[in-house]
Design a protein around this ligand. Structure first.
Ligand SMILES: [Fe+2]
Ligand SMILES: [Fe+2]
Length: 135
């Protein structure tokens, strides 16, 4: 069973962005699955993978928003930068002292980190990108 699930109501109207979001959900689920095993190593591995993929996704999403003349692009970029920093900070805390970042805490944080952004911010660009690619 998965911890997090991507559902249709999370769709931003662009299949490629939805696929990216599904991949981010999958990475968080990887951590959930690993919690019954060597969770300490999973935190480290998943944070690294998540950072790599997050940077890739944010860059691609920002290109799409720029091409669609999305009016809140700058605000969205700033939020993305802050989100990357949050994960970098978590990884730093983990590297300084792995015991300070329990897997259950990382899981809870990352789930909210992703879902709040998709629901609260990404869904707002839906009508803009649909319009620009719909003609
Ligand atoms: Fe975003
Ligand atoms: Fe996104």
């Amino acid at each position: 069973m998965s911890y997090l699930q991507w559902t249709e109501n999370l769709s931003v109207g662009v299949a490629r962005m939805d696929e990216h979001h599904k991949k981010l959900v999958e990475l968080i689920n990887t951590l959930f699955d690993a919690m019954s095993g060597d969770a300490t190593r999973a935190v480290d591995t998943v944070l690294g993978d998540l950072l790599d993929y997050t940077r890739y996704h944010f860059a691609e999403e920002e290109k799409l928003l720029a091409a669609s003349n999305y009016p809140a692009l700058e605000e969205h970029q700033a939020i993305h930068r802050a989100m990357v920093k949050e994960v970098l900070d978590m990884r730093q805390r983990y590297q300084d002292n792995p015991a300070s970042v329990p897997a259950v805490e990382a899981l809870d944080f990352l789930s909210k980190w992703l879902m709040r952004h998709i629901i609260g911010k990404d869904l707002r660009y839906r009508s803009y990108v649909e319009e620009s690619s719909g003609s």
